[in-house]
Design a protein around this ligand. Structure first.
Ligand code: ZN
Length: 258
């Protein structure tokens, strides 16, 4: 990979600077997407992440086929993304604090929430209660896993109820919204955190601007669903640049835990 043109501001970006800048355009501050491995590196102290629930993997219980069988899609996604599902969960440290950390990965079927995403979040929530450590979920999702039908939609209720138990135990839950976070994830666990942090210019909404525009047949504001507008409207609590994200989370943990 060589130097390239920023898809947002069209300036040429030096690849070395881009990578040192955590894949953020040094010119316009556009935050490019990170995979789950990069996210874990960004948030967790080095070598501290221990994955849980890795053995829980999707199966094609509906025998579902769209343009290709779901079974094949799962295998292809695993090969393409190098991970087993659209969320990786584990026990980790950040700034020395123990945390239960879940990181969604858009590279796995668009970060869609199927039964395994729901179950892994549920087990992570249980872990945070058992160990009495804060729960942090990094969100990135196109919404429901259509190939799992209604079972996919049920994950909204399941994750919310698992996180409500975290709240009943007075344990801190932080969600981090990255571009894009939409559909069932935005309508469930992403939105019910004690503190909702978003990266700059991240799309965070239920239906995306194109669908809403088609439905209501009106022009939408140019910043529809973006972090800056969501902050003004009270949908999120703060916008944090990626380079400051770990430090900001640690500061919040200090505030709540000390
Ligand atoms: Zn740019």
């Amino acid at each position: 990979m060589a130097d390239f043109e920023c898809e947002k501001c069209k300036k040429i970006i030096d690849l070395d600077i881009f990578l040192k800048n955590f894949k953020v355009c040094p010119n316009c501050n556009y935050h490019y997407s990170l995979n789950s491995e990069e996210r874990i590196k960004l948030i967790a102290d080095e070598g501290s992440f221990n994955e849980i629930a890795a053995n829980i993997k999707s199966i094609d219980f509906l025998n579902f086929t769209d343009s290709k069988p779901y079974k094949e899609r799962i295998i292809e996604s695993q090969k393409k993304s190098g991970i087993s599902e659209a969320i990786i969960t584990g026990y980790a440290k950040t700034g020395g604090f123990n945390i239960a950390l879940g990181v969604m990965d858009f590279n796995f079927m668009g970060g869609s929430m199927g039964s395994v995403v729901g179950e892994r979040i549920k087990l992570l929530a249980d872990l945070s209660i058992e160990k009495k450590v804060p729960l942090i979920l990094i969100c990135s999702s196109g919404g429901a896993r259509m190939q799992e039908g209604i079972v996919s939609l049920m994950q909204m209720a399941k994750t919310v109820s698992a996180i409500n138990k975290v709240k009943e135990n007075k344990i801190l839950y932080i969600s981090v919204i990255t571009n894009p976070t939409t559909g069932g994830v935005s309508a469930s666990f992403a939105t019910i955190a004690d503190i909702i942090i978003a990266e700059p210019q991240a799309l965070f909404c239920f239906a995306g601007p194109r669908v809403v525009k088609q439905t209501i047949k009106k022009e939408l504001p140019s910043d529809f669903g973006l972090s800056e507008r969501n902050l003004r409207n009270g949908q999120i609590d703060l916008i944090v640049n990626r380079k400051d994200l770990k430090e900001k989370i640690i500061n919040i943990l200090k505030l709540f835990l000390n």
